[in-house]
Design a protein around this ligand. Sequence first.
Ligand SMILES: Cc1cc2nc3c(=O)[nH]c(=O)nc-3n(C[C@H](O)[C@H](O)[C@H](O)COP(=O)(O)OP(=O)(O)OC[C@H]3O[C@@H](n4cnc5c(N)ncnc54)[C@H](O)[C@@H]3O)c2cc1C
Length: 377
Amino acid sequence: MSAPIGRVVVAGNGIAGLTAADALRANGFDGELTIVGDEPHAAYSRPALSKALLLDGGTAAHELPPATHGAKEILGVRACGLDVERRVVRLDDGSDLPYDGLVIATGSRARRLSGLPGEVTLRGLDDALALRGRLAGRPPVAVVGGGPLGMEIASACLAAGCRVTLVSQGVPLAAQLGPYLADVFVRAAVERGLTIVETAAARIEGRAGDERVALDDGTVIEAGLVVSAVGDVPNTEWLAGTGLVENGVLPVDARGLVRPGVAAAGDLAAFPTPSGRRRVPLWSSAIEQAKAAGAALVRGEEAPPLRFQPYFWTEQFGLSLKAAGRLPVDGAPVYVEGGPGGPGLMRWSRGDGSGTAVALNHRVPISRLRRVSRTAP
Ligand SMILES: Cc1cc2nc3c(=O)[nH]c(=O)nc-3n(C[C@H](O)[C@H](O)[C@H](O)COP(=O)(O)OP(=O)(O)OC[C@H]3O[C@@H](n4cnc5c(N)ncnc54)[C@H](O)[C@@H]3O)c2cc1C
């Protein structure tokens, strides 16, 4: 059993911070709990920002149930430094927050391709509301990035009545989902009117207010609105000088501990997986990591290590996909229910005995999806 802790600070008020706070309480921590977050909002559902919230009628789609952890919340204030020896978090309002236990959950931000102000990215609630506002004017849109986020944004822009060109390195979604599923999504996207342009590398250039996308073959795509969705960058700069950060990410052990008394969870943390220590910047990953990290701060070695099975979902172009298990998947699946071209539950098996289950436009509880991924039908 680790020594009892009296004061815990959680840096970051996203889903990892919120879940870690709940996990601390669930594991018996009844001391002083403080959450500091640089966004002025209560914690919300980030995945909803590129789905229901961008569409008409999705006004409150991002809201989460009110927090029950009883923490003091300091919002709109940034953690800007950490003294691990003195156990103090420095805030950008000039104050210090001493702690006995610390959870680092400051997530990540959108990677940008240019420094131009007209390059729109989508990471936070304010970004989503601003983008939704822009879509009301139905500008021609260029989206750079053929991953799930770029495709979801393109889908919402089309649904808003915009003409949309998606610029992708290779076939959209192929790197994330594999060729079989990527093909299903690309066909649905093209049927709905999406123009897809493949390029090795796109640049965003022009003058402020007149941005455009330049492709490697010299083609230039003019658009009234340029949105990029090209990955994320962990928010670890405020930890400079602590020695905790390696190559921009925060390595943690199997329980989410960085060192005694300091845990980390969510998009900025690299944790041990069967394919090595890595970041898995997904919603369910942040939740599972934060549960483990909160428990480890209270119970130390007695807390169970993280046993993470990837879970991912996306909604775009009239399709809804839920996946349990590793992605991307190679080759064609075995259909457990339904069949090609329609709704279905499918499974991919690998040589090592592991599997991935995918529900496409098919209502299946997550628990069943996980079971199908573990057991060949
Ligand atoms: C638009 C969008 C759609 C997504 N859709 C999906 C999806 O469909 N499925 C899926 O699995 N995943 C999805 N994701 C990814 C998922 O949302 C993230 O993996 C998850 O939100 C990570 O949670 P987190 O708490 O680690 O980080 P975050 O949610 O980024 O929260 C970190 C918080 O800390 C704040 N912060 C940063 N620096 C500081 C600082 N120095 N001091 C104080 N506060 C700070 C940030 O502003 C933020 O509020 C999506 C992400 C985006 C952006």
